[in-house]
Design a protein around this ligand. Structure first.
Ligand code: SF4
Ligand code: SF4
Length: 387
């Protein structure tokens, strides 16, 4: 990673939502439940922008819904710059940026970076996924305008059954336009994608693995930055370095902080427990949290023991859940959610290869620690070495 990218990753970010509305109707929209068709009042947005700077953020990220349809979007970009942010970014479907005067003014007012949600490389597929006929040429115009204005441009692709067979071509299409940074996002089992379009959107695991392998062959291209978001590591064998930083689990879990606080307080299961769990990125964490909330762990095991290796690596295989160190429990005697996240990342964050399904001890094995998998690759797991 070059030093500019590295610095950007570590910059303190402040996300500000501008709207609860969107001019697209994406099949997989995660945010649809929060949409009421309204823009957030300007004074509230300004107050949040000011608060972020006061808290030390350098990077302002304007998001939505769709932020560019906020009637004061351009003024709010200027306000971000006046408030002292080093960098102003927006996450957009790009259609408003297709109006040249709008894009020019956004750049002149201080917009430095735009992340475009571009889930396809062809109008038929794109328009179907975003639910608006004619959206593709507008978004492409927006992308071209942003590149022309020398904004930093990246593309988000939500992976699904309809676009996965074209993933490599999608990346190549945008690379040919001059985009060299992509975030590949995996479906999240909430919102419209799960509630309305599950059958159309959710791919089988073999397709995910095959199409990712084909697309990720591009990973060594000089100057290309690929990131993944909530994409399980089992689909990334051979490209484990692309698996998201395990510490991002804090953001995932703490977004559901209230559910887990209740779980640890009185054993109440999260309201979302059910059919969504099999597709949930934090299922491993959630299962561990439920187990610990029920008091099901080995209180005799030393709290600081290293995570054990699986049988195929010469370890003992599954062992009783380790004792959390005393810091996990707060003064009131209850487990503190963010401390439990830290304990989970350190001791319980275990992963497997898709090949583990062929292993005779698979059902009793909890795999290898995520950091070992990231460092040494999932190739170290070998069902044939289990004796
Ligand atoms: S795994 Fe946990 S957080 Fe995820 S859907 Fe199930 S209950 Fe909810
Ligand atoms: S191959 Fe997979 S399931 Fe088998 S012991 Fe190794 S990690 Fe466990």
């Amino acid at each position: 990673m070059d030093t500019v990218k590295h610095a950007a990753v570590h910059q303190k970010r402040h996300w500000v939502r501008l709207t609860r509305a969107c001019n697209n109707r994406c099949m997989f929209c995660l945010d649809s439940g929060a949409h009421d068709g309204h823009a957030i009042p300007e004074d509230q947005v300004r107050a949040r922008i000011v608060q972020g700077r006061a808290d030390g953020a350098q990077r302002l990220i304007l998001s939505g819904g769709e932020p560019t349809i906020h009637p004061r979007f351009l003024d709010l970009v200027a306000f971000g710059r006046e408030s002292g942010y080093d960098w102003i970014q927006t996450i957009t479907n790009g259609r408003m940026m297709g109006y040249r005067r709008f894009a020019d003014t956004a750049a002149a007012n201080g917009l430095r970076e735009a992340t475009f949600s571009m889930h396809a490389h062809r109008a038929d597929l794109y328009d179907r996924l975003v639910g608006v006929e004619g959206a593709f040429p507008q978004a492409i115009r927006g992308l071209r305008n942003a590149l022309d204005l020398r904004l930093v441009v990246s593309v988000d692709v939500v992976l699904n059954r309809l676009n996965l067979p074209h993933l490599r071509e999608i990346l190549e299409f945008y690379m040919a336009m001059g985009v060299f940074e992509f975030d590949l996002l995996y479906l999240v089992p909430f919102g419209r994608g799960f509630d309305e379009f599950r059958a159309e959107l959710y791919p089988d695991e073999a397709t995910v693995r095959l199409e990712l392998e084909r697309a990720l062959a591009l990973a060594g291209t000089p100057g290309l930055y690929l990131w993944t978001n909530r994409l399980p590591i089992r689909f990334l064998e051979g490209h484990e370095e692309l698996f998201q930083d395990p510490h991002k689990l804090y953001d995932e879990v703490l977004g559901e902080r209230e559910s887990f606080r209740e779980l640890f307080a009185d054993g109440r299961d999260p309201a979302c427990l059910g059919p969504r769990c099999g597709s949930c990125f934090i299922e491993g964490f959630c299962t561990a949290a439920r187990r610990y909330a029920a008091g099901d762990w080995d209180r005799t095991a030393p709290a600081d023991a290293e995570p054990p290796l699986p049988r195929c690596m010469g370890g003992p295989g599954d062992v009783a859940a380790p004792t959390p160190d005393s810091g996990v429990v707060g003064d009131d005697g209850r487990v503190v959610v963010d401390r439990f996240v830290a304990f989970f990342i350190r001791r319980l964050y275990r992963v497997k290869s898709l090949r583990c399904r062929q292993c005779e001890v698979c059902d009793d094995c909890c795999g290898v620690h995520v950091e070992v998998a990231r460092r040494r690759g999932l190739g170290v797991l070998d069902p044939k070495k289990v004796v």
